[in-house]
Design a protein around this ligand. Structure first.
Ligand code: MLT
Length: 204
């Protein structure tokens, strides 16, 4: 997958996996990584799917309606890519924390829904429920931060609560931060994510 890797100054820190929103690139979320943990290595990936020229991580059939078959295929593809990247760049595969926005948050949530040990933690900005009606793996010890909008037109608050409940029931430790800025990725929610990260991983 097209990506960039930036070696951090502290190899003991988690690797921050950046996953952009629809129409984004691997450059978009670099400032977030800087705010979350300036010492951590960064693996930033570009989605492999194009929708009218806009990169995405999986296909959708309509706004908010996911192509499940492609979602499953692309989730596996990303999961396998993370293993290859860990070998190539010589980092600890079990120490990856995803930071995703919108479509990128959805594929990060899909990694959690399909694989027990793909992510050590995840910061999800405006995620949706990636799939329904499946049994989640045991996510014990996975830390998840969800930034959601009370007035997000892409994702009603009930869906954010449903995602929180599904992850919690699978054993994940979650924290939900609410905003009132629609589907936008705001500085205040990134600051809240940075505070949560320090508390969740302070001994790293
Ligand atoms: C998605 O398709 O993943 C969601 O609708 C969010 C978006 O990318 O607009």
């Amino acid at each position: 997958m097209k990506h960039l890797f930036k070696q951090g100054s502290n190899p003991a820190k988690p690797v921050l996996l950046l996953l952009h929103g629809t129409g984004g690139t691997e450059q978009d979320l670099l400032p977030l990584a800087e705010m979350i943990d300036p010492e951590a290595s960064v693996l930033s990936v570009r989605g492999n799917v194009l929708e009218n020229g806009m990169p995405r991580f999986f296909r959708r059939l309509a706004m908010g309606v996911f192509d499940e078959e492609d979602l499953i295929f692309r989730t596996k593809e990303l999961h396998q890519f993370l293993g290859e990247a860990a070998e190539k760049y010589e980092f600890d595969r079990s120490n990856i924390i995803a930071i995703g926005y919108s479509n990128g948050a959805n594929i990060a949530a899909s990694l959690l829904f399909h694989y027990a040990d793909s992510l050590k933690g995840a910061i999800l900005h405006h995620p949706m429920v990636p799939r329904r009606g499946i049994a989640l793996p045991n996510l014990g010890s996975t830390e998840v931060f969800i930034a959601a909008g009370k007035n997000d037109p892409m994702c009603p608050p009930e869906e954010s609560e449903e995602l929180d409940e599904l992850l919690t029931n699978a054993g994940a430790k979650t924290a939900v931060h609410w905003e009132m800025n629609g589907h936008s990725l705001t500085r205040t929610e990134v600051e809240a994510a940075a505070k949560w990260y320090r508390e969740a991983f302070e001994n790293q």
